[in-house]
Design a protein around this ligand. Structure first.
Ligand SMILES: Cc1cc2nc3c(=O)[nH]c(=O)nc-3n(C[C@H](O)[C@H](O)[C@H](O)COP(=O)(O)OP(=O)(O)OC[C@H]3O[C@@H](n4cnc5c(N)ncnc54)[C@H](O)[C@@H]3O)c2cc1C
Length: 286
């Protein structure tokens, strides 16, 4: 199938971009790397009358460290994030998580802003940004607003973005000293979207988890803190024994339906095994 006809506009500034979105209304969409949008257009799941190409806007580019925060411009490509020295040093979890996104060709075009805006429940960046307590900075003709990643994702492929808003950047606080992070996912093949996965940020004191923050991917409709699991695992001694039963908490945080080719129960079991594996690897040297 081919995309329906649309107008294409390449603005010279962020201001021009948000005004074009406002003037056209919900019938206009921004395009960054095009890795999700072009497929949606070709399948006619999205039929905009105007595409605003924001891929080259200088205001949306770059990575810098400012006052304990790593700022990542929205159109920064996955591949550029993975090889960035500041991120590698300050928030290495981002590189660990991002290396599981798709294949090199997609990582060379796809952007972090596009991934957050698309809000695929199995995508890596949304889960990582919620786990790291990042903030998403949005621009519109009305100015800028800052929204915690935890409030940005509101449903399946749904975010708090208004139709005339563009993600400008994401601000990731550098984890406080003592915070230990972990990640694990299972995909059918490396580069496929994950069947299930999780991102963990926690303190550990005398082999006990303290105030763990856990976000699953692929297991719920959108990226959000797994509050029941976080409560169940708080103060738990690691390594977790095989007898440690947190299936009930997991069922609440990651209620899984059957989908063609995968039973919900199986996904739940995978999430349980991955949780134990990731938590038990936290104290091992990486
Ligand atoms: C074969 C394949 C495999 C993939 N596997 C994975 C995977 O394993 N894990 C994973 O996480 N992702 C995966 N992806 C998705 C990939 O990471 C995309 O690049 C990403 O989801 C979208 O980024 P983009 O820059 O291409 O956005 P686009 O496709 O340009 O846009 C996607 C959506 O976001 C909106 N948008 C884009 N940028 C902004 C912005 N700054 N502000 C507001 N709205 C914006 C667009 O309007 C559109 O609705 C895969 C994609 C493909 C094609």
């Amino acid at each position: 199938m081919k995309a329906r006809g649309f107008r294409y506009y390449r603005p010279g500034s962020l201001k021009e971009a948000v005004h074009a979105l406002r003037d056209t209304g919900p019938d206009a969409v921004a395009m960054a790397g095009g890795q999700s949008l072009l497929a949606a257009l070709n399948m006619r799941l999205s039929n905009p009358s105007l595409i605003v190409d924001i891929g080259d806007l200088p205001e949306l580019q770059g990575i810098e460290e400012v006052d304990g925060v790593v700022r990542i411009g929205a159109t920064t490509r996955h591949a550029d994030i993975l090889r960035n020295a500041v991120i590698g040093k300050r928030v290495p979890l981002i590189c660990e998580v991002g290396s599981h996104i798709a294949h090199a060709a997609v990582r060379n075009r796809g952007t972090i802003g596009g991934s957050l805006a698309y809000a695929d429940p199995a995508a890596e960046w949304p889960a990582a940004m919620v786990a790291l307590q990042a903030s998403v900075i949005l621009a519109s003709p009305r100015g800028e607003r800052v929204i915690p990643a935890e409030q940005f994702f509101v449903g399946l492929l749904e975010t708090a973005l208004e139709s005339d808003e563009i993600i400008v950047r994401v601000d990731v606080p550098i984890p406080a000293s003592g915070i230990i992070t972990g990640f694990g996912e299972l995909a059918r093949r490396h580069g496929d979207f994950a069947i299930a996965g999780l991102v963990v940020c926690t303190l550990i004191d005398k082999h006990k988890l303290i105030d763990p923050r856990i976000v699953y991917l692929g297991c719920s409709e959108y990226a959000r803190p797994a509050v029941n699991m976080m409560r169940a695992l708080d103060q738990m001694e690691i390594p977790l024994s095989n007898a440690a039963n947190f299936a009930d908490a997991l069922r609440k945080d990651a209620p899984s339906n059957d989908v063609p080719g995968l039973r919900g129960e199986t996904r739940q079991k995978i999430a349980e095994v991955l949780t134990r594996r990731v938590i038990n690897s936290l104290e091992r040297p990486k």
